[in-house]
Structures are given as C-alpha cells and as structure tokens.
Design a protein around this ligand. Sequence first.
Ligand code: ATP
Ligand code: MG
Length: 418
Amino acid sequence: MSTFQAPKGTYDLTPPRSATFLAVREAISAPLRDSGYGYIETPGFENVELFARGVGESTDIVTKEMYTLTTKGGDQLALRPEGTASVLRAALEGNLHKAGNLPVKLWYSGSYYRYERPQAGRYRHFSQVGAEAIGTEDPVLDAELIILADQAYRSLGLREFRILLNSLGDKECRPAYREALQSFLRDLDLDEETRRRIEINPLRVLDDKRAEVQKQLAGAPKLRDHLCDPCKAYHEEVRALLTAAGVAFEDDEKLVRGLDYYTRTTFEFVHDGLGSQSAVGGGGRYDGLSEMIGGPELPSVGWALGVDRTVLALEAEGVELDLPATTSVYAVPLGEEARRVLFGVVTELRRAGIAADFAFGGRGLKGAMKSANRSGARYTLVAGERDLAEGVVQLKDMESGEQTAVPLAEAAAELAKR
Ligand code: ATP
Ligand code: MG
C-alpha cells in the first residue's frame, strides 16, 4: 500500500474542487442562517449508547455502519454516523429548550462516518449540512424546512431533483399499521435477516432496495390507509403549505428512511443524475427521539443534505458555480529590491481587504505571469529595477491588456479605487 493513499472509502478535498464544496456548504446554510437557525457544532464522536438508542438498534447505520472504539480509559465511543442525535443531545445538555421560545432552530455542517461499501456517491467519510427545529409540533415548521432545502438546491442552480414526501403516522396510529404490515410480510418468501427485520422494524422492509423483494411488496398494506385523523390533517396541511409555496413534491407512500426515530412527515430529495446513490438529502419529523434518549417530550423536525452528493449532482447537471477568483491582484517582482518593495504593497493591499498574491521564489517574468494568469487575478503589478528607479510600478489590467505606470506610493490606493 502506498503511503500517499487516503483510507478506503475516503477522498481528499483539494483545490480547485474544494472551492465548490465550500460554496455548496455556504449555499445550503445561507437560507437557514436567514431564517433564524443558529449554528451548532458537536464533537465528531459520542458515547455509542446515544446512537444505539437515538438512531435505532435495528438500523443498518447502527448494526453495520458505525465506527465504534473503546478508549484507553474504557469508554465506548462511536464516530458520529449522523447529526440529529448529537444535536438533540447537545440541546438537552445545554438546556436550550428551556432558554427561550420554542422551537430551538439549529444548523450544522460537518463530517460523518459510516462503514459502508464504497462506491460512487457512497463514502466512509462524508459531509452533511443539517438543520433541526426542536420542541414544536407545527406543520408550518415541516414546510419551512422543506422549502429552505428546495431554495438551497435552486440557489445552486440544481433543477433535476425531486422531493418525495410521506407521513409515517404517530404513536396513535402506527402500532396498528405495524401489525397489519407484519402479518402481510410474514407470508412472503424472504431471507432470514429480512424475517428478523419484520419483527424488529417492519417498516424498514418497505425500504428494501432488491427488485425481488420490491415485487412481493406490491400488495402491502398502505400506511396512508391507517393514518389517524390528526396525522392525516397534519400531513394535508404540510402538503397544502408546500403547494402554496410553489414547491413541487411527489407523494411516496413507500418512503420510510433508514432511521428509527421518524414520525409523521418524512421526505427525501433525490437527484435523477446520480444512479443508485440518488438521495441528495433527507429528513423528517422525530417527535419521539427526545424521549428515546431520556429527555422530555420535544416534538422536532429536521433534515440533512449530503454535500458530496450535491456536488456530484451539480456535475451531473453540468452546473458550473460562478465562483469569483480568490485573488484580485498578483504581484510580480523582478529582482531583489522589487521583491521587498512589492511584498510591501501586497501587505498593504491585504490589510485594505484586497485579495492579493505574490510570485514567490524569484522566478522569471514568463513563469510568474503564467502564475498570475492561473490565479485569476484581474490586475498584476510588475516592477523591475528601472521601474523602481523611476518610483513606479507597472499596473496591468489582465482583462483589457492595458498597462500603465503608477507611482509606487499610489499603487494600493489606485487598486482600491478600481
Ligand atoms: P442512502 O439511502 O443513500 O444510504 P441514507 O438514508 O443513509 O442514504 P441519510 O442518513 O438520510 O442517508 O443522510 C442524509 C444524506 O447524507 C443522504 O441523502 C446523502 O446525500 C448523504 N449520505 C448518507 N450516507 C452517505 C455516504 N455514505 N456517502 C456520501 N453521502 C452520504
Ligand atoms: Mg445509508
């Protein structure tokens, strides 16, 4: 194995592609920041118990995909596979739900870890931006989050995504549905593991990706026919709010998602250009999660959008983000004295808030101008001995090609003006 090889299922973000990642994180979080969501950051690992209880003992995430470790002190930890359980844990620990008005609205951005079979769009280390609105049951809140995710994707220029929507019912109506589904599933021709799943979490069988399983599920009882009146009314309200906002969605009664804690509203964003790793984001309501991890009743809703897959979706749609050049001015010194003098000008520019870079290493004019071009800078400053003797620098507009001699003392002010 080469020393210069990232671990399996991981990859590095390097320039220039890394700039797209930053821009995607920024674009996804911008609508949240403008809508009253405050930033939260939690540790990259938690006590394993939090995820076992909060994500669900029967989920693939906990049974197969979690990176767990025992510390030298004997603590059982897990690298976080998702954000919601950690954010809720932190909100409870910090008593954020007691500090003021509910809901507590939070957003986050970070790395997540799942031991998965690596493939395009599926990694062992990946990146999400997420949002959680804790402590309030209000269909407007569910709608708000879906609308903000839609706004984020659209602001990036994505068009070929779809929103899938479903309701999973609540503790009133889901138990009866669960039983009806279980008795239907027990009669099917399924493997041992799936039969076990029927007993622990039968809804997740509906999410089975295998065609031979899906075929048998054709006549499965539908959750929609089992929703209680309050769940039905709640769901209709969310749908009406989305329609009023002009956000298109598809009702998908098979949408159950891989985590145990969801109740009522569930949704997923899928992109049709991504092949089988088509989910670019997902979320829903998790009214029971707080109690599952030992907290008070705090009905909540949230989502997490995958940054890696969003970048792949942009590439699939051929969307080029309009990223402004990071450098505005590039300085090219010719000779020792010019090096000192121009570096002084660059420092002055930077302090004035003008992005500036410098040809390091005493390279010749030709190579340095190549770097200037590559930097995307609009202007270059070139100075040699003769210029310095005359007290000027050559200011070149890289767009028009026009070059003018500017008094050295006025160079920074002139650039600031332009
Ligand atoms: P999938 O069905 O593709 O496994 P998921 O339901 O496990 O997705 P969530 O837990 O809802 O995904 O996470 C939200 C988003 O995070 C997903 O929609 C996806 O964009 C991203 N994501 C999840 N797992 C990975 C991964 N292993 N690699 C890259 N992105 C991921
Ligand atoms: Mg998954």
